[in-house]
Design a protein around this ligand. Structure first.
Ligand SMILES: Nc1ncnc2c1ncn2[C@@H]1O[C@H](COP(=O)(O)OP(=O)(O)OP(=O)(O)O)[C@@H](O)[C@H]1O
Length: 791
């Protein structure tokens, strides 16, 4: 009855008529239906009988009575409806199609007039008056008994509310799938019993009916519940209780699936942009922007840079293929390439959880992934809360999704069962694949850690799909046999960045202005490959527009944006269950990492040497996984030898942390680390250098450094002392006093350098330094008015 909106309809007089709204022979599959009339709205008017039509075969045709014509939603076309039965992988995986079914499909499409439905003459559209074409040929001996047995299965409990998952479409497929499991003899017996037990619906032995017609007929004649009850009763009478239970089970799973979808929609249809405390809570679909995901894991960090030339870090030569969120766990990949365990990694804030949410929403909204029957997100954050418990995988699912409690097992041949475990890096236990005991039963309780380890190993529910999402460090430590494919979320491409900002700034003029601005600020534009950074940039620009109006000049400085990003990362670290740190501890961590960044920058190094983090007193997990400022990836030095490499997540993050280190050292100890160590005689004279001295030495150092290696670092250092930036860094600063501004004096030094033009290739960067000091706009307008005057 595909395409029918509801199973009960109201008469003109408000009286409800029952489920029987299909003219005979035009059943739920849509077969054998001829169009009758077309209303203006495109809906067809069908005859809907007051009561279920009887197949009284004795009377001749009567004139057509159109008193009870009602507008009902148009049923799907026969072919469409028929196809829908076959194309639904939920019920008919291609390999399940047996020869008989295929033959029957062909027969139905080619020989429709031979179908059972068409064995009634269609000289009248009034079902009551259809005459059986072959009536005279029907042998009298085949008439069923007049005395009918008790038939409790035909009584529908009036108080029972139909579950919304019990649609006509589902019921059709469930009965059909069940009956398809009958052997030929049993099917014949089933049909004869139908005829004998329900003569009002099956006035002749329905042996000629194929499966589609048979189920159509049942649903034409009975309510959905009754059709199911009737099928089960007959199967039980035939001693086929297991098959009856199978049908019950299909219905139960269908209801659970429906409720699970609703739960997931409730949980995932909105999101906090950025992070929960600060971000806006929005409808997911209004926020989601397509992401750049590749099947080439371990590709290393993004190394695009405005000034520095950085050699490619990864040796992964695999050709990269781009994947959209909807292609993850594509049926082709699952069935043809036998991929059932996928690991997806990516740096902090790159959009991994958003990609997961997109997958879940697509499934819950029935837009994609119909081959997945049950989808269970099991975020590690939530698994952590159950770490002390002895539990089974089934119990974990029951706890997180109570609607599944009616399911005693996950056995499911209607489609795949899939688990999504987001945030492996947040998992509170260290995974040990060598020593953790083996567990193969998803219903057997064990410690949570054993369950998780065995789920990842693929021991629990081997046919299920598993998607693990993690920041880089942890995912590279999974056993290779448990990882069939590694994907990496790499954020946004240039087109996706633009799309993101157009979505966020709905006024096209503002969107154009933002995009033009970002394109002109190369570092900002590059860094917008990171969605979290895009969110930060949006916030800053939106504030500018709301404070200064739509014509406001957008800030060109980088430092403030990077400081926001740093704080977001540190905040996210805290919310991911990492041990909390005092501001002093946090500053100590940043200083150590910043010192390393600075030392490496001076040597133009990007790769952090083996054990260097440890030697600098920095906890690797803290830097790479928890704070998300570094990345670890594997490079293949030789064919069989892979080496773990660590770098900062982007070269500009290294430059920012180096500048932060120089600035915090000066604020905390009064020391200028840029000053070359002086011979003791002079050292006292320069003991307490001022901010201006530090700026001056930084400008000199950057102009001396080859290839502009310290250019962006210089910009960050000059931006650090800006009031707005100091306010953001307040919690790391030892006292509340802000250092007095030296912007004008520093700007004067820079202008002088530009004018002297000793380093013409660095003037552009010096101009950017003025932007960082907040005087760039003024300088540009001054130079514009000078050039106007000179003309
Ligand atoms: N596809 C996207 N469309 C729009 N915004 C996005 C998208 N992906 C990420 N964002 C923005 O970036 C923020 C961080 O994304 P997300 O939480 O998915 O990152 P993540 O990679 O899971 O980070 P973590 O490793 O910290 O868990 C989101 O809150 C959102 O503001």
């Amino acid at each position: 009855m595909a395409g029918r909106g509801s199973d009960t309809m109201e008469h003109d007089g408000g009286e409800t008529i029952s489920d029987v709204s299909f003219p005979l022979g035009e059943g739920v599959s849509g077969r054998g239906r001829s169009s009758i009339s077309m209303s203006d709205e495109g809906e067809e008017a069908f005859y809907v009988p007051e009561s279920r039509p009887t197949l009284d075969l004795g009377d001749g045709p009567r004139p057509m009575d159109t008193t009870y014509w009602h507008d009902v939603e148009r049923a799907r076309s026969p072919v469409h409806s028929y196809n829908s039965v076959y194309s639904d992988t939920q019920f008919c995986q291609s390999d399940e199609l047996d020869e008989e079914t295929e033959l029957s499909a062909t027969r139905v499409q080619l020989e429709r007039t031979e179908s059972y439905s068409s064995c009634y003459s269609v000289d009248s559209d009034d079902c009551e008056n259809r005459t059986r074409k072959s009536q005279s040929a029907a042998p009298k001996a085949e008439s069923p008994e007049v005395e009918l047995p008790l038939r409790p299965e035909l009584i529908k409990n009036p108080g029972e509310k139909r579950h919304p998952a019990m649609t006509v479409d589902f019921t059709f497929k469930a009965i059909r799938k069940t009956l398809e499991r009958l052997g030929q003899d049993d099917l014949r017996k089933f049909k004869i019993t139908l005829w004998k037990r329900y003569p009002e619906s099956f006035s002749a032995p329905p042996q000629g009916m194929d499966m589609v017609d048979l189920v159509d007929r049942l649903l034409e004649c009975y309510d959905l519940e009754v059709a199911l009850q009737l099928t089960k009763a007959l199967l039980k009478d035939m001693d086929l209780k297991r098959l009856a239970d199978y049908l019950t089970d299909l219905c139960k799973k269908n209801e659970v699936r429906y409720e699970l979808r609703h739960t997931l929609l409730r949980k995932y249809s909105s999101m906090y942009e950025g992070f929960a405390q600060q971000g806006e809570h929005k409808a997911f679909d209004s926020v989601f922007n397509e992401l750049y995901i590749t099947d080439r894991g371990n590709a290393g960090p993004n190394i695009q840079h405005e000034v520095r030339k950085i050699d490619k870090l990864s040796t992964n030569r695999k050709k990269e293929e781009l994947i959209t969120c909807r292609q993850i766990f594509d049926p082709n990949v699952i069935y043809e390439k036998h991929v059932s365990h996928i690991v997806t990694n990516g740096i902090a804030g790159v959009g991994k959880s958003v990609a997961v949410q997109k997958f879940i929403m697509d499934w819950a909204e029935e837009r994609e992934h119909s081959h997945v029957y049950f989808l269970f997100p099991l975020p590690f954050k939530e698994l952590n809360l159950m770490l002390g418990l002895k539990t089974s995988l089934l119990e974990i699912v029951h706890t997180l999704y109570p609607e599944t409690k009616v399911l005693p097992t996950f056995e499911c041949d209607e489609g795949k069962v899939m688990f999504i475990c987001d945030g492996l890096d947040e998992y509170a236990r260290r995974l040990d694949f060598h020593r953790t005991e083996t567990l193969c039963d998803s219903t057997e309780p064990a410690t949570m850690h054993v369950v998780v380890t065995n789920l990842i190993r693929g021991n629990l529910l081997p046919s299920s799909l598993l998607w693990i999402i993690s920041r880089p460090l942890t995912s590279s430590r999974l056993p290779p046999e448990a990882v069939h494919q590694v994907l990496e979320v790499r954020g946004f491409t240039d087109e996706q960045k633009e799309e993101y900002f157009r979505r966020r700034f709905q006024d096209p003029a503002q969107a154009n202005k933002v995009i033009a601005h970002l394109t002109s600020c190369k570092t900002l534009h590059i860094m917008c490959h990171l969605p979290m950074f895009c969110w930060v940039v949006c916030g800053v620009f939106q504030r500018t527009f709301s404070e200064k109006g739509p014509d406001a000049e957008l800030p060109k400085g980088l430092t403030l944006m990077y400081t926001h990003l740093l704080l977001v990362h540190l905040h996210v670290r805290g919310s991911r269950g990492s041990a909390s740190r005092t501001p002093e501890e946090e500053r100590d961590f940043l200083m150590k990492l910043g010192k390393l960044a600075f030392t490496m920058l001076e040597k133009n190094q990007m790769v952090i040497g083996k054990d260097t983090l440890k030697d600098c007193g920095v906890d690797v997990a803290e830097a790479v996984t928890k704070s998300g400022l570094c990345i670890e990836f594997l490079i293949e030095q030789f064919v069989m030898y892979q080496e773990r490499i660590q770098t900062f997540i982007h070269p500009t993050i290294q430059e920012y942390l180096a500048a932060l280190y120089v600035f915090l050292t000066w604020r905390c100890t009064g020391q200028n680390v840029l000053q070359q160590p002086l011979k003791s005689k002079f050292s006292r004279m320069f003991k307490d250098p001022g901010l201006l001295d530090m700026h001056r030495s930084a400008i000199e150092r950057s102009l001396q450094s080859p290839d502009g290696n310290l250019d962006v670092f210089l910009r960050f250092l000059l931006g650090m002392a800006q009031t707005a930036n100091q306010e953001l860094l307040q919690r790391f600063l030892p006292n509340m006093n802000k250092c007095s501004s030296v912007s004008e004096e520093t700007a004067a030094i820079i202008r002088k350098k530009i004018k002297e033009n000793h380093h013409p290739d660095r003037n552009a960067n010096l101009q950017c330094c003025l932007d960082e000091l907040g005087v760039g706009a003024e300088a540009r307008s001054r130079s514009r008015s000078n050039s106007v005057k000179n003309h």
